[in-house]
Design a protein around this ligand. Structure first.
Ligand SMILES: Cc1cc2nc3c(=O)[nH]c(=O)nc-3n(C[C@H](O)[C@H](O)[C@H](O)COP(=O)(O)OP(=O)(O)OC[C@H]3O[C@@H](n4cnc5c(N)ncnc54)[C@H](O)[C@@H]3O)c2cc1C
Length: 444
């Protein structure tokens, strides 16, 4: 065998699987690129269902209440499936496991230079420039400092940049009006302003916030842009300002420190939107973690045709069209969902590498257009997005009869069925928990 364990995919789920398996095994990750983890806002939703029509709940519940609700009511959710292996008080044992796995992972991220802040109990509310507010558990420090739950009574300022449509003055104004309308936390004043960022001599692409954040990675440009911001905000009265997420990508720590030195903790970043500076910071940290744990990264698309009950080899197709074979004792499927092409549709919907059946609840998707799982109202749950691979409590994909399909294949992350992160806000939490568990199980 070339490797003990091969992990397909290098998002949160694949990385956690790989670094956990790599503690005592020889591990490779094969990936065709970056997926949802790199596009995400970088915030870690562990469990924080929103209120009606996407609004934050007025009385925010705590993380353990939100997880307990899932374990009690959603039997197909990966949290519930994982908790079935506990024999005692499965609620407390599972919550304990979430805290342990999560804390270890945030320590790992910190060891490669990316801090995360938040709480294992209290949820935070962070604004994003889609004009909504994310109720979440952990964020990068430059975003966590903008937790609205802690900014009550302050005078808030939302800052937009011209020529960056996704983060313009109009969006900032929209957000400030929404926040006033929601009225769920009270502020002294909410206003917004615009900075004519394009009038300055900054090397970035119009409408591309990630390129502006990348410009900050160069210390001279960072100092220059910081100065532009400082001067632009100088005449405005505010106690806390939100700026678009531009505090660097590879150089995030240094840039954030520069902001703290100049503004203290009175300037935070909005949550990123795709393409995402915070998501890229996270993905770069994941790549560093793979290297730190001695995991081999192989770039290419995996395909596989298997007929028996054990997978032995995979085919990797490289960008230049060349292909090669690779073998291992066990495999972790962490290929993500729609956005990463972990699932695909030709005549019907299938998992893309092994052709595993896809489920919504206990129903196997056979129809080419399962439109009855979508509604006209964007604020409804949209059950279609819970489509994915079904697994047993050891994360092995099963067929319609509940029979394990391949004994040495484990699945983790958003390829799994039974949850809808847009609705139940367990996106990173599920990827983290199932990824870590799949890594341990695959290592035997
Ligand atoms: C736009 C967006 C914003 C989000 N925001 C949040 C948020 O704020 N908070 C939150 O908690 N969750 C958020 N989520 C959800 C969260 O990002 C995902 O649940 C999580 O990142 C999934 O991680 P993953 O490792 O399962 O998949 P991914 O990160 O998608 O990784 C999949 C990997 O598999 C690889 N791959 C796929 N097919 C193949 C193949 N055939 N061969 C080789 N490699 C392959 C891909 O290249 C990629 O490396 C968001 C999702 C999206 C799309």
């Amino acid at each position: 065998m070339d490797y003990d364990v091969i992990v397909i995919g290098s998002g949160i789920a694949g990385t956690l699987a790989a670094i956990n398996a790599a503690r005592n095994k020889k591990v490779a990750v094969i990936r065709k690129g970056y997926g949802a983890s790199a596009l995400s806002s970088g915030a870690f939703d562990i469990a924080s269902k929103t209120g009606t029509r996407g609004r934050p709940l007025k009385g925010l519940s705590t993380l353990s209440v939100a997880i307990t609700e899932i374990l009690e009511n959603e039997q197909n959710h990966p949290y519930s499936i994982l908790s079935r292996t506990f024999t005692g008080d499965r609620f407390n044992e599972f919550i304990g496991m979430v805290k342990t796995v999560g804390s270890q992972f945030f320590d790992e991220l910190k060891s490669v230079g990316l801090g995360y802040e938040g709480s294992w109990e209290n949820l935070m509310i962070i604004p994003n420039l889609h004009g909504t507010f994310k109720v979440t558990s952990f964020c990068q420090p430059s975003m966590e400092s903008g937790n609205l739950a802690r900014l009550r009574g302050r005078k808030l300022l939302f800052v937009g940049f011209d020529k960056i449509t996704s983060h313009s003055k109009t969006r900032a104004g929209f957000l400030s009006r929404l926040l006033s309308d929601y009225g769920f936390v009270s502020f002294k004043d909410i206003s917004y302003t615009n900075i004519n960022i394009h009038e300055h001599n900054i090397a970035y692409n119009e409408n591309d916030l990630v390129s502006l954040a990348s410009a900050m990675d160069t210390p001279e440009q960072a100092r220059y842009i910081l100065n532009v911001l400082k001067q632009s905000l100088a005449g405005i009265e505010y106690e806390h300002a939100f700026i678009p997420p531009i505090m660097g990508i590879a150089g995030y720590n240094d840039v954030y420190q520069m902001f703290v030195d100049v503004f203290g903790y009175t300037v935070s970043e909005f949550l990123s939107s795709s393409f995402s500076s915070a998501g890229l910071r996270l993905q770069y940290a994941l790549d560093k973690l793979l290297a730190k744990h001695g995991v081999t990264i192989i770039n290419g698309t995996v395909v596989c045709e298997q007929n028996n009950d054990k997978i032995k080899t995979l085919t990797i197709i490289k960008k230049d069209g060349n292909s090669s074979q690779i073998s291992a004792n066990s495999f972790v499927l962490a290929t993500g969902k729609f956005i990463s092409n972990g699932i695909k549709k030709d005549t019907t919907w299938k998992e893309a590498v092994f052709g595993l059946p896809l489920f919504i609840g206990s129903h196997v998707i056979r129809e080419p257009f399962p439109m009855n799982y979508l509604t006209d109202d964007p604020f409804d749950e949209q059950i279609l997005f819970s489509m994915g691979v079904k697994v047993d409590e050891y994360l092995r994909p099963v067929n319609e009869d509940g029979k394990v399909i391949y004994n040495n294949l484990f699945a983790a992350g958003s390829i799994l069925s039974g949850y809808n992160y847009i609705y139940d806000r367990t996106g990173m939490g599920t990827a983290m928990m199932t990824g870590a568990r799949a890594g341990i199980l695959s290592a035997g």
